[in-house]
Ligand binder design. Structure first.
Ligand SMILES: Cc1ncc(COP(=O)(O)O)c(C=O)c1O
Length: 384
């Protein structure tokens, strides 16, 4: 009798389960290695490693997919937002309404341009709630609003436009999470007077480094954004017309991003199908709330964020199955020390989301077996 039969042991089960990583840019590189290597090589051999034709090509591609007239590539999403705000003329004279939960950069960029962030609570989508905005809206002075399609869920573009028109508010989109979403009446990256996009490694079109982009239909804002990314200079010898940054995009990043963008449709379909599997797995769960989807909009599943009263127990349960999770975001923005000079904000929904949210791994390189492991772990979770 062989030892296996005698002990009835499956020796393979002793191998530690491989970890399901939250992000897998290494797999992205493995899959598209040839395309990326040749994109990088072409960019480097062109001799122009910052700005230039590869950057202009990427700008034209993003202008088309966001439905905008102008796209100005910069070196991060944070710079894109900072430049977008400054190019739209937002400065110390402005009070700018922002959602009480988002990535820190959404509101931090307002401090960079000297404006005052005024926080408003969010709705069930984690989006700025116009009823809450009415209660915090400064009655005097210049006013703007920065909206965020949180996690890739679409915003109600028509309602936002109408509200901002009526109230004489400049509408700015922080579209860092929205490329490929639709906002029920506008494309992600195509809402408001100006939008800022991010191509950080976590995003749906990921850069192997940092990259961002400003989009607008306004030629004056576009021209100002171009100056702002180059210390206010239209060329090296030109005078500096405004206080700017050194934020031109590297040609290598632009070339790789163009190659990555060309894979976007296929990757988006994979994201959609994984999201559908996760949604089905938690459909009957009493313990886990599914991510909301605004009807009439298109979610790009940049993040798949569930909500759960026992959030830490759920994270531990998933971790015991080798599944990495993250939290976006654990601190509501009004509670961040850097915003202590902003008017106090009662934001019960944002704070509740910060306590309950948990982001599951969702990227196009998850295998079917890994998706099965996540869905099984979700199904076997019961809050204690
Ligand atoms: C909503 C939001 N705004 C701004 C940013 C800043 O982009 P970046 O990380 O490219 O600077 C991000 C990126 O994570 C984001 O998610």
């Amino acid at each position: 009798m062989s030892p296996v039969t005698r002990w009835n042991v499956d020796w393979k089960s002793f191998m530690p389960q491989s970890k399901i990583k939250f992000l897998a840019l290494d797999r992205d590189f493995a899959e598209f290695r040839e395309r990326y290597l040749s994109a990088w090589e072409e960019a480097v051999s062109s001799g122009q490693v910052v700005g230039g034709p590869f950057v202009e090509k990427f700008e034209r591609q993003i202008a088309v997919v966001t439905g905008r007239q102008h796209a100005i590539a910069v070196s991060s999403g944070t710079d894109a937002l900072r430049i977008a705000l400054a190019a739209a003329g937002i400065d110390y004279r402005y009070s700018v309404i922002v959602p009480a939960i988002s990535y820190i950069a959404t509101a931090a960029c307002l401090l960079h341009v000297g404006a005052t962030p005024v926080f408003a609570d969010v709705d069930e989508h984690g989006h700025i709630d116009l009823d809450a905005v009415r209660t915090v809206l400064p009655r005097t002075g210049l006013r703007a609003m920065v909206v965020v399609g949180l996690y890739g869920n679409g915003l109600d573009a028509n309602a936002l436009r109408e509200f901002c028109n009526q109230q004489d508010i400049l509408l700015v989109e922080d579209g860092a999470q929205s490329l490929g979403s639709s906002h029920c009446g506008a494309r992600g990256g195509g809402l408001g007077v100006v939008s800022a996009l991010s191509f950080a490694p976590t995003k749906t079109v990921p850069c192997f480094g940092n990259a961002g982009l400003v989009t607008t239909d306004d030629p004056t804002i576009a021209a100002r954004a171009r100056l702002l990314r180059a210390h206010g200079k239209s060329n090296n010898r030109a005078p500096s017309e405004m206080l700017g940054l050194n934020s031109a995009l590297a040609a290598t990043h632009a070339a790789q991003l163009s190659a990555s963008l060309e894979q976007h449709e296929v990757r988006q379909r994979r994201r959609d199908s994984i999201a559908a599997r996760y949604l089905a797995a938690i459909d009957d769960s009493d313990a886990i709330d599914a991510p909301p989807q605004r009807s009439g909009c298109v979610h790009n599943w940049h993040k798949f964020v569930v909500a759960c009263d026992a959030r830490n127990d759920l994270a531990t349960h998933l971790s015991q199955s080798g599944i990495e999770t993250q939290i976006h975001y654990s601190i509501a923005l009004p509670d961040e020390p850097i915003f202590r000079s902003s008017p106090p904000c009662n934001a019960p929904h944002a704070r509740r989301l910060a306590r309950r949210c948990l982001s599951l791994p969702l990227h196009p390189h998850l295998t079917d077996a890994e998706v099965d492991r996540v869905t099984q772990a979700l199904c076997s979770f019961h809050a204690g």
